[in-house]
Design a protein around this ligand. Structure first.
Ligand code: TMP
Ligand code: ASP
Length: 236
């Protein structure tokens, strides 16, 4: 598959067209961004680690019956994917309180959320991804009611699969963000799942093993990502 024109350059990934109009190549860069692009740094190996981590997780999700855009791992930094028409919302599932929900609701970090919460955020850096609900999604035509239902169902099924995967490896899946798109009219999981878009804590020590290490200047960011990969048996 030949890489052609640059289609889109995001904060951490660049997307290229290919000679197949239904396929894209995603290139994972070393750029690491937080606070909607306010803080950006290059972290060595980050592109490679996230590309391989993402491919590994997506394969697990496919095996569990979740349709994903993954096609083929091409090399350390690139993956071939189906071209999706992205739904412009982010789906966030939380098993434990952390991050924005603590500020928004005035709750302490580390509270178990049972059942897990599900939230939609509009993808818009300039507006700092404001929270939206089903009604906004319907009124603005970002997705149909059926598509919203499917995104919620897939997000919760993914929670069961990944809570177990990380739990068995001694970690707590605190929260995560997913993005879906449409392929031939069906909802398919897109974007990425990596320690960049989720929170993972060590079960015993509660050590943060995700992008909060970067957001909070804790150091050892990529070392932590590699540790997570190694614990779940993901080759880097
Ligand atoms: P939050 O606590 O900032 O709302 O984030 C919840 C989870 O979703 C956390 O694991 C980070 C992830 N997330 C992203 O990766 N990108 C985003 O733009 C947002 C809003 C959340
Ligand atoms: N993913 C967003 C950014 O890159 C938000 C964050 O992770 O803090 O800025």
């Amino acid at each position: 598959m030949e890489k052609k024109a640059e289609l889109y350059r995001g904060k951490a990934k660049t997307v290229y067209t290919t000679d197949d109009p239904k396929r894209l190549i995603i290139h994972f860069r070393n750029d690491t961004s937080a606070f909607d692009g306010l803080k950006i740094e290059q972290l060595e190996d980050k592109g490679k680690v996230n590309n391989k981590f993402n491919y590994f997780i997506m394969q697990k999700l496919e095996a569990a019956g979740i349709p994903t855009q993954m096609e083929e791992l091409l090399n350390d930094n690139e993956v071939l994917v189906k071209k999706l028409d992205m739904v412009p919302v982010e789906c966030v599932v939380r098993n434990v309180s952390a991050g924005s929900i603590c500020k928004r609701l005035g709750v302490e970090e580390g509270r178990d959320l049972n059942p897990p919460t599900f939230e939609f955020f509009l993808k818009n850096d300039a507006l700092h991804d404001p929270m939206v609900n089903d009604s906004h999604i319907a009124s603005f035509g970002w997705a149909t009611e059926d598509q919203v239902k499917t995104m919620k169902e897939y997000s919760m099924k993914i929670n069961e699969v990944l809570k177990k995967l990380f739990g068995d490896a001694g970690m707590i899946l605190v929260d995560y963000k997913l993005e879906f798109g449409l392929y031939e009219g069906k909802i398919v999981l897109g974007d990425e799942f990596s320690p960049d878009g989720c929170r993972l804590w060590d079960k015993e020590t509660r050590k943060k093993l995700d992008k909060d290490r970067f957001r909070q200047d804790l150091g050892g960011v990529i070392e932590a990502y590699k540790e997570v990969a190694s614990r779940i048996g993901c080759p880097i």
